[in-house]
Design a protein around this ligand. Structure first.
Ligand code: ARG
Length: 589
C-alpha cells in the first residue's frame, strides 16, 4: 500500500500536470507548521521559476484544482507560493483502515534488498566488557533489526577481539603465575586438559594486572609480545589455552548480551580471518600493492585530495605479527567471499574513524572489496556520567556492563515500587518487569541521542515514568493494551474506522501514518534516534487523544468501536518501533 504522504503527493502531481508542469513538483512533506496544514508542497516556487511564471499565481491555480478533489479538506497558499494542505477526514479514516489491515502497517519492504553485515559489539576476550562496548551493542542491534524489518537479508557479527596483544598478555601473565601448566611446555604438542585453567572472574582480573605489569616491566612486555606472536604462529599449547580463554569469555558475553536482548547471528572473531592473512599478504606483496618499510609491510592509503596526512595501513610488523587493520582487511575478504556482503556496517566508537578510513581505502586499493560494495563506519560518541566524564563506577573505576545492568534494574525496581506499579503481581513477574524497564531505561537513553553525540547518562532522569524516557513508552504501550482488555471485559470490541472529528484524533492518525517515512529515514542515515523521536510522538499523540476522548463511556457505538480500533492501531507501530530499538514491552505493568 502507498504511504499517505505519497498518496497525497500523487494528487498534487496530477494538479501540477494539469497546469502543464512536471509531476515532480508535486512533492509533499509533513508540514513544519501544523497550525497551517497537515502537509505542505513547496513545488510551485521552482515550477514557476522553470516556467517563468509568477509563483504565487501558479500556486493559486494548483490550489484551486486541489480544492475540488476529494483528497483535501483545506488548501491554502502562504507567502510567495507555499501550498498548505490538509487531507479530508474520509481520507484519514480510509488510510487507517488500510494500515490496520496490513501486516506491515503500510511499510513496503525495500525495493532493492541488500545483503548487509552489521559488525557490532566488538568485545575483547579476556577484557571485561565495559560501557564503551555497550553503545556498540545497543546501536548495532537496533540498526540490524531495522534493516531486517525493511527486508534486507542481514547478519550481525560480534567480531570478537580474540587475536590481539591482550591475548599474549594473558598468556604471559598466566605463564608467570603457573609456569607448570601443560600449556607452557614448549616441547609438548598436547593433549591438553579439557577443563579451563581459569574461571571468568580470574580471567577478568588477569588482563588488567598483566597490562599494568607490561607498563612497568619491559621484560614482561617483551614476553607478552612474543606470546602473541607465537600464538598467532600456532604454538599448540598457546592455542589450546587460548581456546579455553575464548570459551570462558564467550559464555560470559552471551549472558550479558542476553540480559540486554542483543543477539548475534555470527560469533566470529578476529582470529577467524587468520587463515586468510598469509595468502592475502603474499598476493599483495606479489602485486606490489604492499610495500616494505623498515622491515614492516604497509599499504599506502593517502589520496591526493587529502588535507591531512593519512598514514598507511600497517599489514605486518617487522616481527611478522599481524595487526588490527590486517585482520579487518582479511575479515572483509571473508565477508565478501563467504557472506556475499553488499554492505558492511561497522558500529564502532567514532574515535576509530581513522582506522576505518585506512581499512576501507586499503580494501578498495587492494581489490579486496569491489567498488559496488558499501563500507561504512557507523561511529558513535561517548556515554558520560553527570560529571561530564566517561561513565564510571562510584569508586571511579571503569563500569562493567554487568554492573550497569544491575544498576538500571535496581533503579527500575525502586521506581516501580514508588509508583505502585505491578504491586500485587507474583514476584517473578515483578522481577521480569524490573528487568525490562531497566533495559528500556538504558537503551532509550542511549538511542535517543544522535549516535555521533556524546551524551550524559542521568539515571534519575532516564528512569522516570514521565517525559522522553524508555519507561514512559513502555507504560504507554502497556496502558493501551490494558484499555483494550478492559473494553473486551465489558463486551466492547473494535470496529470499522469512522472519520475523525477532533484535532487530537487527526493528529494521532497522521502520526501513525508517518511510520513508513520514519523507518526509511532512520535506515538511510543509520540513526535510531529517529525511531525514538517517533515513538515519543506517537505516545504523546495517544495520551492527548485519550485525555480528550472517553472511549469506554462514549455513547455512539460506531465512534466507540472506531476509537478502540485506533487504540489497536496505535499500539502496533509503538510496539514495532520499540522492538526495532531492541526494547521489549511487558504484557502488563
Ligand atoms: N574489539 C574492538 C575494540 O574493542 C572493536 C572491534 C570493532 N570491529 C572491527 N571490525 N574492527 O575496540
Amino acid at each position: 500500500m502507498r504511504p499517505l504522504r505519497l498518496q497525497l503527493a500523487a494528487v498534487v502531481a496530477e494538479a501540477f500536470e494539469a497546469e502543464g508542469l512536471d509531476r515532480s513538483y508535486g512533492e509533499v512533506v509533513v508540514s513544519a507548521r501544523p497550525d497551517l496544514g497537515q502537509f505542505q508542497c513547496n513545488g510551485a516556487l521552482p515550477a514557476a521559476k522553470a516556467a517563468k511564471q509568477n509563483p504565487r499565481a501558479l500556486a493559486e491555480a494548483v490550489a484551486a484544482r486541489l480544492s475540488s478533489t476529494p483528497a483535501f479538506r483545506e488548501v491554502s497558499v502562504a507567502g510567495p507560493g507555499f501550498l498548505n494542505l490538509s487531507a479530508t477526514d474520509q481520507v484519514l479514516a480510509a488510510h487507517a483502515r488500510a494500515t490496520a489491515a496490513d501486516d506491515r502497517l503500510g511499510v513496503e519492504p525495500a525495493p532493492q534488498p541488500q545483503r548487509v553485515v552489521v559488525d557490532y559489539g566488538g568485545p575483547n576476550v579476556a577484557k571485561p566488557m565495559h560501557v564503551g562496548h555497550l553503545r556498540a551493542a545497543i546501536i548495532g542491534e537496533s540498526i540490524k533489526r531495522l534493516a531486517r524489518f525493511l527486508g534486507h537479508p542481514v547478519v550481525g557479527d560480534v567480531h570478537l577481539g580474540d587475536w590481539g596483544l591482550q591475548m599474549g598478555m594473558v598468556v604471559a601473565e598466566l605463564a608467570r603465575r603457573q609456569p607448570d601448566l601443560p600449556y607452557f611446555d614448549a616441547a609438548s604438542a598436547g593433549p591438553y586438559p579439557a577443563e579451563a585453567p581459569v574461571t571468568a572472574a580470574e580471567l577478568g582480573e588477569l588482563y588488567p594486572t598483566a597490562s599494568q605489569r607490561a607498563k612497568e616491566d619491559p621484560a614482561f612486555a617483551e614476553a607478552a609480545r612474543l606470546a602473541t606472536f607465537e600464538l598467532q604462529q600456532g604454538r599448540p599449547g598457546y592455542r589450546a589455552l587460548w581456546q579455553h580463554l575464548v570459551a570462558v569469555s564467550v559464555a560470559e558475553l552471551k549472558a550479558d548480551y542476553g540480559r540486554l536482548a542483543v543477539t548475534f547471528d555470527l560469533w566470529l572473531g578476529e582470529s577467524d580471518a587468520e587463515p586468510r592473512i598469509p595468502p592475502l599478504i603474499a598476493r599483495l606483496q606479489a602485486e606490489g600493492v604492499a610495500r616494505e618499510s623498515d622491515g614492516a609491510w604497509i599499504v599506502e592509503v593517502a589520496e591526493p585530495e587529502d588535507t591531512r596526512v593519512i598514514p598507511p595501513l600497517l599489514l605486518l610488523k617487522s616481527d611478522g605479527a599481524a595487526l588490527y587493520g590486517t585482520t579487518d582487511l582479511a575479515t572483509l575478504e571473508q565477508r565478501i567471499e563467504e557472506l556475499r556482503a553488499e554492505l558492511v556496517l561497522y558500529v564502532v566508537d567514532k574515535r576509530q574513524a581513522d582506522h576505518f578510513l585506512q581499512v576501507f581505502r586499503a580494501a578498495r586499493r587492494t581489490g579486496v572489496v569491489p567498488p559496488e560494495v558499501g563500507l561504512e563506519h557507523v561511529g558513535f560518541g561517548t556515554m558520560n556520567g553527570t560529571d561530564g566524564k566517561p561513565f564510571k563506577t562510584r569508586e571511579g573505576g571503569v563500569m562493567r556492563l554487568r554492573d550497569l545492568l544491575d544498576l538500571v534494574t535496581d533503579k527500575a525496581r525502586e521506581r516501580l515500587e514508588e509508583a505502585g506499579v505491578a504491586r500485587d503481581y507474583p514476584s517473578a513477574e515483578k522481577e521480569e518487569i524490573a528487568r525490562l524497564v531497566g533495559v528500556a531505561t538504558l537503551k532509550f537513553a542511549d538511542l535517543s541521542n544522535h549516535r555521533t553525540k556524546d551524551y550524559v547518562f542521568d539515571l534519575d532522569r532516564f528512569s522516570a515514568f514521565e517525559g522522553r524516557t524508555g519507561p514512559y513508552l513502555l507504560y504507554t504501550a502497556v496502558r493501551i493494551r490494558s484499555i483494550l482488555r478492559k473494553a473486551a471485559a465489558v463486551g466492547l470490541s473494535p470496529g470499522p474506522f469512522v472519520p475523525p472529528t477532533s484535532d487530537a484524533e487527526r493528529n494521532l492518525l497522521l502520526t501513525v501514518a508517518r511510520l513508513p517515512d520514519v523507518l526509511t529515514g532512520a535506515w538511510a542515515a543509520r540513526t535510531p534516534n529517529v525511531l525514538c523521536d517517533y515513538a515519543y510522538d506517537l505516545a504523546t499523540a495517544f495520551s492527548r487523544f485519550y485525555q480528550d476522548h472517553h472511549i469506554l463511556s462514549e455513547p455512539d457505538p460506531d465512534r466507540r468501536a472506531s476509537w478502540l480500533s485506533l487504540c489497536q492501531l496505535t499500539a502496533r507501530p509503538l510496539v514495532l518501533v520499540l522492538d526495532l530499538l531492541g526494547i521489549e514491552v511487558p504484557e502488563r505493568m
